[in-house]
Write a protein that binds this ligand. Structure first.
Ligand code: DGL
Length: 283
């Protein structure tokens, strides 16, 4: 007589996490802390980075293709867009391209600024495209905050170069922040929070914290995005909790520079990224 089959536990749903590069691994890190038994598929579109200097149309095309890869080929049931530029300029295009819930980083970043600021005035540093979109200003305004934004285009290449503690990077940050603070003062603002509106910037956090005026809190949207993701996954929380996986399963994909991703990615994720799979999304 055959013994009754043991009830099989559900496999955890796959969460797709997307960035133009590997900065979004800071968001993945925050998700892994909250969902240690989930499955994650992370895609860095490293062949087409930076998104931050491109047009809305191009960013939307690249981001939609990347989202489709995660949903169609990796079976992602949720997408977290761990890229400020794609969130600011292409969230609607991504949502139109895939039939699963999509979460960006802009609203969670603004919500974290709202929680941190007493004066109601906040500073935002981001890529050129994000700043031009004014997405942060709109999200902050919706929460009763006044935001002043500054594009810092040199910071992504400096992080990509691995110069996260370099004196040149320190100097560049100080120049950008001096300009931003002068602009805020000219507009009569009294900012007490600085939003890191680019997923590369948390790697510069120690330098940035030393460069901001006293009393200005530095806000990284990774934590608040992970909190927002938990609310989005709420209906599936029991499935995540009961799933069988002994530990987190992470598969990383990149469209170029796999070795660089493997080398630098572990700094962002704060654990080894393992072997990164190279994929081709076309032009
Ligand atoms: N991931 C982008 C962001 O968070 C920065 C890198 C890029 O420009 O593509 O805005």
């Amino acid at each position: 007589m055959s013994s009754p089959e043991a009830p099989t536990r559900p496999a955890p749903p796959t969460i797709g996490v997307f960035d133009s590069g590997f900065g979004g691994l800071t968001v993945l890190r925050a998700l892994v802390q909250r969902l240690p038994r989930a499955r994650f598929a992370f895609l860095g579109d490293t062949a087409r980075l930076p998104y931050g200097s491109k047009s809305r149309r191009t960013i939307a095309r690249y981001a939609a293709q990347s989202a489709q890869f995660l949903v169609r080929e990796q079976g992602a049931e949720f997408l977290v867009i761990a890229c400020n530029t794609a969130s600011a300029l292409a969230l609607d295009a991504i949502q139109d391209a895939v039939p699963v819930p999509v979460l960006g980083v802009i609203e969670p970043g603004a919500a974290a600024a709202r929680a941190a600021s007493r004066s109601g005035d906040v500073l935002v540093v981001a890529t050129d495209a994000t700043v031009q979109s004014r997405a942060y200003s709109a999200a902050c305004r919706a929460l009763g905050l006044r935001a002043i934004e500054k594009a810092c285009p040199l910071l992504v290449p400096l992080v990509e170069e691995g110069w996260t503690a370099h004196p040149v990077t320190d100097q560049v940050i100080r120049i950008y922040l001096d300009e931003l603070n002068a602009e805020a003062a000219a507009q009569g603002l009294r900012p007490d929070a600085l939003v890191l509106g680019c997923t590369h910037y948390p790697l510069l956090r120690p330098l940035i914290e030393r460069a901001v005026p006293p009393g200005v809190k530095v806000i990284d949207s990774a934590e608040s995005t992970a909190e927002a993701a938990m609310r989005l996954f709420n209906g599936r929380a029991a499935q995540f909790a009961q799933s069988t996986g002994p530990e987190t399963e992470i598969r990383c994909f990149a469209t170029d520079s796999v070795e660089k991703f493997e080398r630098l990615g572990s700094r962002f994720l704060e654990r080894p990224v393992g072997s990164v799979e190279l994929i081709d999304l076309g032009g």
